[in-house]
Design a protein. Structure first.
Length: 102
């Protein structure tokens, strides 16, 4: 996928050699949120951040679902992981969800 427009929204260091970047991307007149792991390809002290294949690109229509999952993950962590039961994990319906570009 070669986006027509990309806007970095937020980024944070995962470790000294990797960062996570959240971008708003436009591709074929549709908008997506791209969460991607970048790596430092530099051989000097000045970082040269390059995108890796590790990441996910979602339609902006799925932001609320993503946020719900992150909120549940945070609540679970704060609860000490006591609320996790992988056999009864709620999964949202896939109905109405289009495919995002890869």
């Amino acid at each position: 996928m070669i986006p027509t427009k990309t806007q970095t929204i937020f980024e944070f260091n995962k470790n000294p050699a990797e960062l996570v970047r959240i971008s708003l991307v436009e591709f074929k007149r549709k908008r997506y949120v791209d969460l991607r792991l970048y790596y430092d390809a530099s051989e000097s002290e000045i970082p040269d951040w390059k995108p890796s294949k590790k990441g996910i690109c979602l339609s902006v229509d799925l932001l609320d679902v993503l946020k719900e999952g992150i909120d549940k993950a945070q609540a679970c962590v704060e609860d000490g992981g006591q609320g996790v039961n992988k056999n009864s994990a709620a999964r949202p319906s896939r109905e109405g969800q289009g495919e995002a570009p890869s």
